[in-house]
Design a protein around this ligand. Structure first.
Ligand code: ZN
Length: 458
């Protein structure tokens, strides 16, 4: 099956996702993914792509990035027993922004399985583009929940892609800085992270233009800090040149695009002024490079607008036009009074002057000029610089420990997840490896130059 543009597009969705609740009054509503799916179906877009229900990944897979004790905690914590875990709740930052709710671990499994399963499909070259609107939870840290995110499916998807691709590009257009992903890959040159976000007295507070990566990862973290009121023209004026230059210098084998919808005009938590077209133009531009792409959701807190933009972006990825008049769907009443796909932007002031945008763009261009045009990133057998960094320079590089997952992914390269494992909708068919212990294998002797098999399988 191919889309109008000839691309093979796959779409991951699990009908359960909309049944999870963060709690009354919480701005993050998984229901928006169900609303998106319903609109996608009622526009008939499902006919142009392959639709998969992901098989939930097991806990051991999550520990490719997250710590064992954190994953175990997510598995056992429930609203009923949380009073017995006060110390851990604090330690893992679970409770307030990231509440404990019924089915929390299952929720994490569902949204993450689409991203990992999607990466597997791209690796196998079964798909050119994979969409997982339930994913994109970019704030989660190795041992900490953050900003409504518990498990970082972006990081886990990238780790899967690194099994096949020497270089992976992560692009983040959520209004918030993609801090969890940046931190995970801060010391490696195999993943470039680029984030366009509101900066200055705004969550999570990181993402300064001068934060460019560390050690081997220096110049491989790109941050474009922005002010309130970003509109379509301003966004395009920086997004396209920066991404264009990155594609040229970094030449990634795969791209992960986080499409947080809180950068849209009128978002409950956001302060940008993008239209659906402005947001989707980023997707279209990246798609134009023809590189395998994993497209994820993310933030988005004005419930009626999130399905609008993600549905529209699904159509863009399929290379097809959809009508502005919304088809009847299960959530039609949300879209009044206009019942149209596109929505007007506001007249808010754009605090990003042309001069400011030009200045930051020039700063980032000079960082990118220092990136090897054809990166010499072939990892030699026994090259374990990332591991050395985490051991010796932890104080100098707080994010350096996060390089370990990259090394782990490289180490695991020979045991790639089979399609069946990632996509099988019958969980009983496979043996569980949830309790698999792996104290040593994630920190292989390669750290001492022992020669861990490092090259990804071709
Ligand atoms: Zn966000």
């Amino acid at each position: 099956m191919a889309a109008s543009n000839g691309r093979r597009v796959s779409y991951f969705y699990d009908a359960e996702i909309g049944n999870f609740h963060y709690g009354q009054g919480h701005p993050m509503k998984p229901h928006r993914v169900r609303m998106t799916h319903n609109l996608v179906v009622n526009y008939g877009l499902y006919r142009m792509m392959e639709v998969f229900r992901p098989k939930p990944v097991n806990a051991a897979l999550l520990t490719r990035f997250h710590s064992d004790d954190y994953v175990n905690f997510l598995k056992i914590i429930t609203p009923d027993n949380m009073h017995e875990y006060l110390r851990q709740l604090q330690r893992f930052n679970v409770g307030e922004d990231c509440p404990v709710f019924d089915g929390l671990f299952e929720f994490c499994q569902l949204y993450t399985s689409g991203s990992i399963g999607g990466a597997v499909r791209l690796n196998q070259q079964w798909s050119d583009v994979v969409i997982n609107w339930a994913g994109g939870l970019h704030h989660a840290k190795k041992s900490e929940a953050s900003g409504f995110c518990y498990v970082n499916d972006c990081v886990l998807g990238i780790l899967e892609l690194l099994k096949r691709h020497q270089r992976v590009l992560y692009i983040d257009i959520d209004i918030h800085h993609g801090d969890g992903v940046e931190e995970a890959f801060y010391t490696t040159n195999r993943v470039m992270t680029v984030s366009f976000h509101k900066f200055g007295e705004y969550f999570p507070g990181t993402g300064d233009v001068h934060d460019v990566g560390y050690d081997a990862g220096k110049n491989y973290a790109i941050n474009f800090p922005l002010h309130d009121g970003m509109d379509d023209a301003s966004f395009k004026s920086v997004f396209e040149p920066v991404i264009g230059k990155i594609m040229e210098r970094f030449a990634p084998g795969a791209v992960v695009l986080q499409c947080g919808a809180d950068s849209l005009s009128g978002d409950r938590l956001g302060c940008f002024n993008l239209s659906l077209r402005g947001h989707a133009d980023c997707v279209k531009y990246v798609m134009g490079f023809g590189v395998p792409m994993l497209v994820l959701g993310g933030g988005g807190y004005t419930l009626r607008n999130v399905p609008r933009v993600w549905t529209y972006e699904t159509s863009v990825l399929l290379g097809t036009e959809i009508k502005d008049v919304l088809p009847y769907n299960d959530y039609f009443e949300y879209y009044g009074p206009d019942y149209r796909l596109h929505m007007p932007v506001s007249n808010m002031e754009n605090l990003n002057s042309k001069e400011y945008l030009q200045h930051v763009k020039a700063q980032l261009f000079s960082v990118l000029d220092d990136v090897e045009p054809v990166p010499g990133v072939q990892i030699k057998s026994g090259d374990a610089s990332a591991m050395d960094t985490s051991a010796d320079n932890a104080a100098a590089a707080p994010a350096a420990a996060a390089a370990a997952p990259v090394a782990a992914a490289v180490q695991e390269a020979s045991e790639s997840v089979s399609q069946a494992e990632a996509m099988d909708t019958n969980p009983d068919q496979r043996g569980t490896t949830d309790n698999k212990e792996h104290p040593a294998e994630f920190f292989p002797s390669g750290a001492e130059g022992g020669g861990a098999p490092a090259a990804p399988p071709s």
